[in-house]
Design a protein around this ligand. Structure first.
Ligand code: AMP
Length: 114
């Protein structure tokens, strides 16, 4: 998608602080962190929202969680704890329409979210 900022990051066309990339899933630091650790995990392939997932994407979405686990361990927050969030559409506050998982950690996170 030509106008998708996360597609551009996945293509290396704009810079990001990349932590992990296996060609299917990419992890990079959020540009506007909401916690001491705030990482975004995306599929390389453009999928706009969770609503657009298909059964064939099951392994890809599973890989997002496995990469989240790996990044959390590498950043030293696996034991203290972390939260994964995928916002879908307006009421959830989705601003970038390329599926992304937030990994948040490094402080006590409030619940429920705002
Ligand atoms: P969401 O509201 O779930 O769509 O989250 C979008 C996230 O993308 C926000 O936390 C932004 O700070 C983050 N973001 C937007 N542009 C960039 C960028 N160029 N690099 C890293 N993170 C970004």
């Amino acid at each position: 998608m030509d106008d998708c900022i996360f597609c551009k990051i996945a293509a290396g066309a704009i810079p990001a602080s990349i932590l992990y990339d296996d060609g299917a899933v990419l992890a990079f630091r959020d540009i506007n962190p909401e916690a001491p650790v705030h990482v975004l995990l995306i599929p390389h392939r453009h999928i706009a929202t969770l609503n657009d997932l298909e059964a064939a994407d099951a392994a890809l979405i599973g890989q997002l969680f496995l990469v989240a686990r790996r990044v959390a361990a590498e950043l030293g927050v696996a034991e203290s704890g972390y939260r994964t969030v995928i916002n879908c559409n307006r009421d959830a506050g989705q601003l970038v329409f390329h599926v992304h998982m937030h990994l948040l950690a490094g402080r006590e996170l409030g619940w429920p979210p705002g």
